[in-house]
Ligand binder design. Structure first.
Ligand SMILES: [Zn+2]
Length: 424
């Protein structure tokens, strides 16, 4: 049984709002402490207008003033019924599709996925060219805050232009198309290394939709794979991320030497988005790419802060960062000091010390390491549920105390969990 969201609202916000959320349950809450953001994933009995959702968000932001973002992400208990009823409203409100056309449409709903199925090649093309998928998906987002992945699929296997959806020899078909279009460019390469054309639009990966043409994305390649096709050519798949979302990018090559894209590179890629039957998801088919500079994150604050609570990879489940990366980044941002506070351990200290020395010498940036530990504080008994506590050493004596405390605690608790008794 899911926690009752309308009850939560009645208790924390306003009763009149609670009314609209009758029957809604809390699926889960995503907490982003760093950005003071909460994302509430709420399951609804039936879709709610975006206005009600944003009103509720504002109300809750008043109630939790320590948050800078609070977003409600609705889901439906019964997607099929919910989406179907909304589609009828959509057809009624938007006349970009005629009544007859609408009545001919077939669709299947699987969770938040909506697939329009086309038997006729021409209808499919018209639907894609009118960007119907994006329009419908945007409408769901705008009117009901629902994120629906909307796609158009051609089910008729005999039409030439339903390229990606031709069953087994699908990839070869795309290959043929690529070749003819490349012949015009007289290059032998299956894809060009060039600056994507100026009329393309740069789009965040999270906003890619099936049917988009001539768009550009930017991101880091984190993995690639290649497969030999029956015709002797290769299909190469790159996995690209802009650190908010990711997508698979595909291209074709005569041999693997043609492919000089490497994981770790930051690329700008132009192409078209289509559903790919092999990968069973939307894929960006690459037309061209160019190397680009990875955007660097800066700390633009006029008055720099000092981080007093930072975990390195020495904190199991709480940190992945190398201590040297942490210190170099703080120095790059002109921070004067940084605290290292792993969970009940001091293993990162020697490297922190040597990195700070090196940074001063090589970058000319003095940075002070504040040595600390994060522990758990209990009043009387180690079985109590503890509070978090950050201990920072002020001087040599403090550092010595920290070492002793940590050794003592590890010895008496026989675990990595440093529970401090408030009394000692
Ligand atoms: Zn912590």
């Amino acid at each position: 049984m899911k926690p009752d969201f309308s009850g939560f609202l009645r208790e924390h916000a306003a009763a009149d709002l609670a009314e609209s959320w009758q029957g809604a349950g809390i699926n889960h809450i995503e907490v982003d402490n760093h950005n003071a953001a909460w994302y509430l994933h709420i399951e609804l009995k039936k879709p709610l207008p975006a206005a009600v959702i944003s009103q509720t968000q504002e109300k809750l932001l008043d109630v939790f003033p320590f948050l800078s973002t609070l977003e409600i992400i609705p889901a439906l208990e019964d997607w099929e019924q919910g989406i179907t009823s909304l589609l009828h409203i959509y057809a009624h409100e938007n006349n970009n599709i005629s009544k007859q056309e609408w009545n001919r449409l077939n669709w299947v709903i699987d969770g938040p996925r909506l697939d329009f199925l086309f038997e006729a090649d021409r209808d499919f093309e018209v639907f894609i060219n009118n960007q119907e998928c994006s329009l419908i998906s945007d409408w769901f987002r705008r009117e009901y805050n629902l994120r629906i992945l909307t796609r158009a699929l051609c089910t008729q296997p005999n039409f030439e232009s339903c390229l990606e959806n031709r069953h087994e020899i699908k990839a070869l078909n795309v290959l043929a198309l690529r070749e003819t279009s490349k012949k015009k460019n007289q290059g032998k390469r299956a894809y060009q290394k060039s600056v994507p054309s100026a009329d393309s639009v740069l789009i965040p990966i999270s906003e890619l939709q099936e049917g988009m043409k001539n768009i550009v994305v930017e991101g880091e390649i984190w993995h690639k794979e290649s497969h030999l096709l029956k015709g002797g050519r290769y299909v190469i798949s790159y996995f690209i991320t802009d650190f908010r979302d990711s997508i698979m990018v595909k291209t074709f090559a005569d041999n693997l030497e043609q492919d000089d894209i490497k994981p770790g590179q930051w690329l700008r890629i132009s192409g078209s988005v289509r559903y790919d039957e092999n990968s069973r998801e939307i894929v960006l088919f690459m037309d061209a790419y160019s190397l680009a500079d990875k955007p660097v994150r800066n700390d633009d604050a006029a008055e720099k802060r000092v981080e007093l609570h930072a975990h390195t990879k020495m904190s199991a489940m709480d940190g992945l960062t190398e201590v040297k990366d942490l210190i170099i980044r703080a120095a790059e941002w002109h921070h004067s000091a940084i605290a290292i506070t792993d969970h009940g351990c001091i293993q990162a200290f020697p490297e922190a010390f040597s990195t700070a020395k090196k940074v001063q010498k090589e970058m000319g940036r003095p940075i002070k390491v504040i040595y600390g530990v994060e522990g758990y504080l209990v009043e009387n008994d180690r079985k109590e549920s503890p509070y978090h506590i950050i201990l920072l050493a002020q001087n040599d004596q403090g550092l010595r105390n920290l070492y002793e405390l940590v050794s003592y605690l590890i010895w008496i608790t026989f675990s990595g969990i440093p529970k401090f008794l408030a009394l000692n």
